[in-house]
Design a binder for this molecule. Sequence first.
Ligand SMILES: *Cc1c(COP(=O)(O)O)cnc(C)c1O
Length: 392
Amino acid sequence: MAAISRQELELPGWPQFGDEERGALIRALDQGQWWRIGGSEVDEFEREFAAYHHAPHALAVTNGTHALELALQVMGVGPGDEVVVPAFTFISSSQAVQRLGGVAVPVDVDPDTYCLDPAAARAAVTARTKAIMPVHMAGVVCDMDELDKLAADTGAPILQDAAHAHGAEWRGRRVGELGSPAAFSFQNGKLMTAGEGGAVTFPDAGQYETAFVRHSCGRPRTDRSYLHQTSGSNFRMGEFSAAVLRVQLARLDGQIATREQRWPLLAGLLADVPGVVPQGSDARCTRNPHYMAMFRIPGITEERRNELVDALIAGGLPAFAAFRAVYRTPAFWESAAPQESAEDIARRCPVSEELTRDCVWLHHRTLLADEEQIHLVARIVAETVAAVGSGV
Ligand SMILES: *Cc1c(COP(=O)(O)O)cnc(C)c1O
């Protein structure tokens, strides 16, 4: 493999930041009050984030995992309650359920979009199901038409794990206006970031108020007498994070526009590479913020896939092996495990089994590069796949 020298490839860095973030941090500093109760950055950020997602309310929290945990608690999930989660996701989706003593029930995903399969979700709902958690994988919004139908039929409400879906739309509607809470992450790699952070949008004022109290040790906003009304924890975001996130939010539209232009180009080029199948979309997902550039090498072994990722990194690409099915981790079995064995779950989740072995993703900063660079990225993938082989 001779052709490409690493010098030719120059991808943008992540996170992107500048004087705007610098100024915001100093503004927050100069308030002289660095927690949300004393300052105004978190309040302002919540208003701006809610408005951006066309949601009536947003609550900022410490991180995306806590966002899920808090939302589930507000939705009434407790010990022994079941929550349907995709088998193929980052572990927080199931871990948040298990932290509350709930049982995370993994179900399979679509082989093209890697999003929760509504039919599989329907088959997994029982009388104990308290919530259904679609994950908008890499920014592709799950089939919310079918999932909303499922929620209406079964009475099990939806919690969207929108950790990849800042600014995403389903049939022209933002994830904050789809009628269900949505949990976001602002961890360093996410589409907007303050290093750590999270938020939940709520369609319902009552849920938002409950969440506010619980995220602040069960203490109402104006309490001065330490009368903690409910259980809870401290999930409050600090002022510095919110100040940075307000600027990051302002950058988001421009970045999404660039990624929405670059992904069709990259996906088209990757689709021409023998053995490579890029992630598909759903025509009803009318805006995809593109959290990852994902593709599969169907039939490759897990070992060979990992070699391929190493070779892509050696070629200068920010490449990663995709998630392993949640039930394939020791973490999943530590507490509140389902009755089924891993083998039983695996039999129900053949696509997640395949994705655990054959899926690769490139960091979204790849999609902020110019078109010439996108061609180079595709060439590196093509040459690397040819050199490593698919192992089929
Ligand atoms: C990143 C992520 C989370 C958790 O977010 P943190 O802020 O890292 O806690 C939850 N779900 C999914 C699908 C994620 O990718």
